[in-house]
Design a protein. Sequence first.
Length: 239
Amino acid sequence: MIDELVRRLSSARSVCVLTGSGISAESGLPTFRGVGGLWRTHRVEQLASPAGFERDPVLVWTWYNERRAAHGQASPSAAHRALAALEPRYPDFTLATQNVDSLHLRAGSKNVVELHGNLREARCTGCGATYSLERGMPLERIEHECGGRFRPQIVWFGEALPQREWTLAADAAMRAEVMLVIGTSAMVHPAASLATRYARDAWIAEVNPEATAISDAVDLSLRATASEILSDVVARLGA
């Protein structure tokens, strides 16, 4: 079945990729919904919502500081590197990711749309000032002098995706001849709708070790890790 994926990619000019936490699991970062995932030790409402942050910003930042440190210790997987290698082949290549770990950027991908934000900086809820998270967020710096609080530059549950990023991703999906859906449960919306609603003219391939919410709707569903499939694809395309 990978032969058909290679054939489609070899003739395409416009490619859109959607990735989720599964691709970073190969770098040692646990998935949100998988066994041992990051959501298992605390309720989501405590860690990833405006209400949770208002209630206990120190708890929220303690957890995000740990996540940021884990991201820094992780290295891009073979799958991250393969996507970076594929990008220069195409006049139109967009990588939309639900991940906030920056591993795609560290692997060398250029046209990356971070749908759910990133953990490279924080922003003030009052004045919009930013603060670099290169060394994490000191808990004593959470309260800003303007009266606001620094929060992670992350899209939390109940919040809308940033309009610019969403428009870039949706437009790329609508243009795509081939769309790859990699390492995502396809349960988080609106990101999942890039494949189910916006990629109307695209041939869609899913790469995931397990069946997902869209497995029955895509043109090809490959049951393997992203590193296995994408490394093979890159080798065959000579990218």
